[in-house]
Design a protein around this ligand. Structure first.
Ligand code: MLT
Length: 237
């Protein structure tokens, strides 16, 4: 069986040479990859993942809508923050978006030398699993985390993927077994996830609706992947 690796932090992503034949699934449950799924599912033409606010403001001049946050707060002058519910069909259908988030879009850019980079979230869980099991490629699950620290919700999702794909991939390292164990402790899911620092941060920002959307399974069934032009679009499968 092909190997499946979990990178709990972008700091642990292997060198580009090791990724060139692999698929990297970028995970940022709260909220970047959930928002990316919402955006594309609701009809956006594409999303440019960016590292800095300055880059995004340059895209604004090129008629892009710009989205993003810093430390969870919407950025002054941006069209969107990073709540999945903001990316409604009325606002994004047919539009091109440039997105700069604290961790998620940076993780996507860091993985860009992989054979393929896909955004994963609970929103596209089933579609993602069905796709990954048929690609016959090594798999890296890259948790965006928070400022290079491990995020519990990202590891929980990585564990859910490990568990769902355990018959199709060989879990190659301790991080994959740890992630799967975190998920298998699902009986304490509520308590477990209430410990997540970013979940508490968003809760304090009154983003309860975001949290609900970010843990809702298969609500935005699409496969966002980074194309050769550096744009995230929906993979037609
Ligand atoms: C991130 O990039 O870490 C998240 O998107 C942060 C957020 O949306 O609050």
């Amino acid at each position: 069986m092909l190997p499946l690796f979990v990178c709990p932090s972008p700091l642990l992503l292997p060198s580009p040479s090791k990724l060139k034949e692999a698929i990297v699934v970028v995970i940022d449950i709260l909220r970047a990859t959930t928002s990316i799924c919402a955006c594309l599912h609701n009809g956006a033409m594409g999303i440019i993942p960016l590292e800095t606010v300055a880059e995004a403001l340059l895209f604004k001049r090129q008629e892009y809508l710009i989205a993003g946050e810093r430390n969870g707060y919407k950025i002054e002058g941006f069209d969107f923050g990073n709540s999945p519910s903001e990316f409604s069909p009325e606002r994004v259908k047919g539009k091109k978006i440039a997105m700069a988030t604290t961790n998620g879009t940076r993780a996507i850019r860091k993985a860009q030398k992989a054979h393929q980079v896909i955004a994963g979230a609970f929103s596209n869980f089933s579609m993602l699993c069905n796709y990954l099991r048929n690609q016959n490629r090594p798999l890296y699950l890259l948790c965006a985390g928070w400022q290079n620290e491990v995020a519990l919700e990202d590891m929980f999702f990585a564990g859910a993927l490990c568990h769902a794909l355990v018959d199709a991939f060989s879990l190659e390292q301790d991080a994959a077994h740890i992630a799967r164990q975190i998920y298998l402790n699902e009986s304490e899911k509520q308590n477990l996830l209430l410990k997540a620092s970013h979940l508490k941060r968003l809760h304090n920002f009154q983003k309860q609706n975001d949290i609900q959307l970010c843990f809702a399974k298969d609500i935005y069934p699409t496969l966002p992947y980074l194309n050769k032009q550096g744009e995230i679009i929906s993979l037609l499968v």
